[in-house]
Write a protein that binds this ligand. Structure first.
Ligand code: GLN
Length: 392
């Protein structure tokens, strides 16, 4: 059979599959994390202008001068990371490409890569594609409904085969924002075991209750051993533009650029130009973004509470993991439940098992995304409430 061993070892994305199932049932899509509202008009206009101005051929493979310059400013002001934009940036097609390019550039087959579980499902497939052995470390649920690191379990996971740790903060799907203490511990272990930190900071601007976003590259000794990944998708509501970046030392960047060039040649040129405009948005934009997400978080959380799904509010990102126990039938797992929910209630979610290793740890959970218009969240809330009154 003409299927590779690697391709056999992972499945199609459950997140994206749920979007297709949602369409079949004309459901409300709280499964896949993409906004159903528009990007700010000035950012959209910048993209249209870029197309009209003729930025329609390949861009410089590793990123247009305009975008990397804007990115260096943004990294300095927001993340407190100082870089040389000419030698330390690779602009990629989404953080999805940034992550796989970073891993392919730095990890050898058989190396171990530490991943916190629950985790964004791409990291599992990424590890297989680059031949790494993923080593899962559990984020422990706290009595308050959050997630915390177990320092001993984390320290035990590091060894001489550890090549890298993937750190996603704010976290999808757990909503955890890694604290400075968490980051300090991770950094210490990275230094001790000569390991890389590969971050996914795509939700860096979606934080609640005054929480702080800490980029691990800013901690002592970490600049040379961190690959900082983020992108336009979530901050500017442009998930379809596919523009993101990996920032690292010149040496690591050289390797990432080679991999990136042969994977995709480059990210869409006009959207890179628009990205430069986006990154120069004033502070008020980010304050409004945070306020809007705080309101949406409240709307979804209230709706889930009224319906009777036990859950807590995330510290960052735009997902809520909810407990299905009050509604799940005997022997019904999260996948069966999510399929029933989209059919019966017309609300699509993602089964929790797709985020855990072992998957059974997520059998009592589903993930709701709230990067949606207020009316979408409210309509989903009404559907869930009506459904729950019949199925409790
Ligand atoms: N990050 C988003 C999610 O978790 C979208 C994933 C995707 O489909 N690329 O839903």
């Amino acid at each position: 059979m003409a299927i590779s061993d690697k391709a056999r070892r992972f499945e199609e994305s459950v997140i994206r599959k749920m979007t297709q199932i949602c369409l079949q049932h004309q459901g409300i899509n709280l499964a896949q994390g993409f906004p159903d509202f528009g990007t700010p008009p000035e950012i959209a206009d910048a993209a249209i202008r870029a197309i009209r101005d003729g930025h329609n051929q390949y861009a410089r493979t590793w990123g247009t001068p305009n975008l990397v310059a804007a990115l260096a400013e943004k990294l300095r002001e927001f993340n407190r990371i100082e870089i040389d934009p000419n030698t330390q940036v690779t602009v990629t097609c989404g953080t999805t490409e940034a992550m796989i390019a970073a891993l392919l550039a730095t990890v050898n087959p058989g190396d171990e890569v530490i991943v916190f579980s629950p985790f964004y499902e791409n990291y599992g497939a990424d590890a297989i594609l680059c031949g790494a052995r993923p080593r899962y470390v559990h984020l422990r649920p706290t009595p308050e409904g959050g997630f915390e690191l177990d320092p001993d379990e984390l320290a035990d996971a590091f060894n001489e085969r550890t090549r890298a740790i993937i750190v996603n903060t704010p976290h999808n799907p757990a909503g955890k924002v890694f604290t400075r203490d968490d980051m300090t511990l991770i950094a210490e272990l990275c230094r001790r075991y000569d390991a890389l930190a590969i971050t996914d900071e795509i939700y860096e601007h979606i934080l609640y209750d005054g929480r702080e976003h800490v980029s691990i590259a800013t901690l002592p000794g970490m600049a040379s051993r961190t690959i900082t990944i983020s992108g336009l998708s979530k901050t500017y509501s442009v998930t379809g533009w596919r523009v993101a970046w990996a920032v690292a030392s010149p040496e690591i960047t050289g390797a990432i650029r080679k991999v990136h060039d042969f994977l995709t040649v480059g990210a869409p040129h006009p959207f890179q130009e628009a990205g430069a405009a986006a990154l120069r948005m004033p502070a008020a934009y980010y304050e409004q973004l945070a306020r809007d997400y705080a309101r949406r978080r409240e709307l979804l959380h209230t709706a889930l509470q009224e319906t009777g799904f036990p859950c807590t509010q995330p510290e960052g990102s735009y997902y809520i993991l909810a407990d299905i126990s009050p509604f799940a039938r005997e022997d019904e797992d999260d996948t069966e439940f999510a399929l029933r929910l989209v059919k019966e209630a017309g609300v699509a979610t993602v089964p929790g098992s797709s985020f855990y290793d072992p998957p059974t740890l997520g059998h009592h959970q589903i993930r709701f995304a709230f990067c949606k218009k207020d009316e979408t969240i409210q309509a989903a809330g009404r559907r869930l409430l009506e459904w729950s009154s019949k199925h409790r």
